[in-house]
Ligand binder design. Sequence first.
Ligand code: F58
Length: 837
Amino acid sequence: RVEASVPEAQREAWRKFSAKEFTTKDQFESEVVKHIETTLARSLFNCDEAAAYAGTALAFRDRLVIEWNRTQQRQTFADQKRVYYLSLEFLMGRALDNAMLNVQQKDVATAGLEDLGFRMEDIISQERDAALGNGGLGRLAACFLDSLATLNYPAWGYALRYRYGIFRQEIVDGYQVEVPDYWLDFNPWEFPRHDVTVDIQFYGEVRKYMDDAGKQISVWENGEVVTAVAYDAPIPGYGTKTTNNLRLWSSKASHGEFDFTKFNSGEYEASVADQQRAETISAVLYPNDSLDRGKELRLKQQYFWCAASLYDIVRRFKKSGKAWKDFSNQVAIQLNDTHPTLAIPELMRILIDQEGLEWDEAWSITQATFGYTNHTVLPEALEKWSVPLVQQLLPRHLQIIYDINLQFLQYVQRNFPKEREMLGRVSIIEESEPKRVRMAYLAVIGSHKVNGVAELHSDLIKTTIFRDFVKIYGPDKFTNVTNGITPRRWLHQANPRLSELIAAKLGGYDFLKDLNLLSKLEAFVDDKEFRKEFQEIKYANKVRLAKYTKDVHGISVNPNSLFDIQVKRMHEYKRQQLNIFGVIHRYLELKSMTPDQRKKVQPRVFFFGGKAAPGYWMAKMVIHLINQVGKVVNNDKEIGDVLKVVFLEDYNVSKAEMIVPASDISEHISTAGTEASGTSNMKFVLNGGLLIGTCDGANIEITREVGEDNIFLFGNLSEDVDDLRHQHFYGDYVLDPMLAAVFASIRSGTFGDAGQFSALVDSIVDHGDYYLVSDDFKSYVDTQKLIDETYKDQEVWLTKTITAVSRMGFFSSDRCIDEYAEMIWNVEPLPPQQNGA
Ligand code: F58
């Protein structure tokens, strides 16, 4: 290979002309104009907001690229352990605002754009969300990238470059309609690396033979090959030069555009079909947020991405010239849920079949390399791939999985000879028809650490789905890392005025890098001026959401009302149905009051938002019910402003940035023991809103931090859930009379044809109420009453919200990443040197 670097003698010229970052408004403007006039070939006579966005994004992109290149050089040179975060989802949202804030040049850009005739807000809103994820899991991965870069960890994210992200949601006549999200028309943040490609094999068969030394060799051959092409995106840290890399793989036919032999022999359509089949792999994000549907294309996506990423990681390691025993000292790979579990047998295949290592050595390297994060205990979400499908698509991997299983079961047999039933329980292969590979077990067995995402959840996995494994490996293999959120996006970017107010009180923006500094705010809880400003900011954020609600949905809401918000994926376990039944109950109560009585009621607006998986008809029914209730309530003259119901269409990251700062109360009301952590709960409190929630997920730790007086908890505890379900099964319970009245009103047609909602009502009344809506209803309604009462004293309310904000330091994703680094990855930060080298 020809040496790629420029000879020493010519480097002076390079250094003289190498790119420099802008620091002044004039320099920024000159960059923007240059990009608009040359890169985009537009002029001041046809520069709309879209072009101004493009010019601004390109100017910032240039800036990021300089530090990005330097960071990569620095990390290669230092050659220390790197983290690879494998996640099938990164829910990044918009990049421009984040980039401007992280490199601390938003003020310069705002002034520059104004000179050029544009308002910053309008420019920012030109950008489409990068919506490569479903919900919490994908957004967590995005927060982690921000923290990894901010804390200077050498880290890469690996994912797929979906052509279509999560669908756009439209509400038509109250029903959800899915519209494809083609987001790549203009994406200035990605860099195609046409020189970084990996050929990935599928199907085929395994041939075994003996080599000269009598060792058995396996060769996987005659498969179909698809090429992975790398697309890179820079991830800037906040207030540091470290700029990490997110690498997304795109699939294309291995022979280029189309097969010329087929093309020339007249099989034009067949050659194009091959090409399209290859491109299908990275075409679309699966929109299910909880159900494992076992589709072949999904398995292909998983293997394609794992194999390309591992090839890349191994290639980088081999360049360093180190011995294999050093692999896990150089490489930490985190599996974000079970989706990347195939990376385990793939690394084994590389080490054994390609690098010639013995099984035991390969296995100890593999185990030492991987860590696995579990995000759910819901049985329907646990991935299990049919053995015949894996056999056909990945024949060599299935053999390796069987070998891993054999070794593992022999170990269990030796150590627990008396517990014969345990073998069947812990086997990676489920003896069903067809047999299935239990990916979570493979992930546990192939990793050195397994973590849950909040304390309750980490305890639950140890007593339920992984109980036997705790016995087998001992408790130390299992740990907890409570989730966190990045304060850069979820405070500084989403709520700039609050961030500024906090900075004014704390003497600077250090809290954005060390969120525990927020505790110093508590000293200002009685400071009149501070309280006034804090309240004004909340009000202004509510006004902004009210304006949006009017402009987009045509619904007028009064910003002086209590804003109650539930935004998250639509799911029975998250219990949006409990919320809307509570709203109906409230409506019925209001209707039974005299006008004078009604005047005394605390006005409230209930906002809902969230997508339902396209095939999840019960979740879609709840969306429909919410919209029907809204239609009735919002048009009821008697009710007026006292109660409003809004369904915010197409909830996504950029809308969350507007919605979250506008809440007084937000709802996190899952059946206890079902929500692994939740992360929006943290965002809402950080922005001066209180929670109504169950004792579930991170709500419990939020309560511990902010204090019981500053959160509204209700409902049954997770340890009671089994008994309650049992009682339902035996019909041993009485339906709460208030809920019965709600059902009666639905059945009488108050919200349109009752037949449309009968399955929802029946699931509670006749089919066991699996999510325990009826058991928690009274407690929920009582707690909502308490909220109304408390809110009436605005001073008391304000004290609670300020106190809660000041106690949220723990929930920064920086804390979370430091915990992963120390307990799981054993990696050190690599800060940029002062001289910029
Ligand atoms: C979420 N999981 C958890 N899964 O539900 C939430 O409690 C937690 O806070 C969050 O992870 C981060 O740990 C989640 O979002 C998915 O969306 C998967 C997408 C792919 C299919 C299976 C579900």
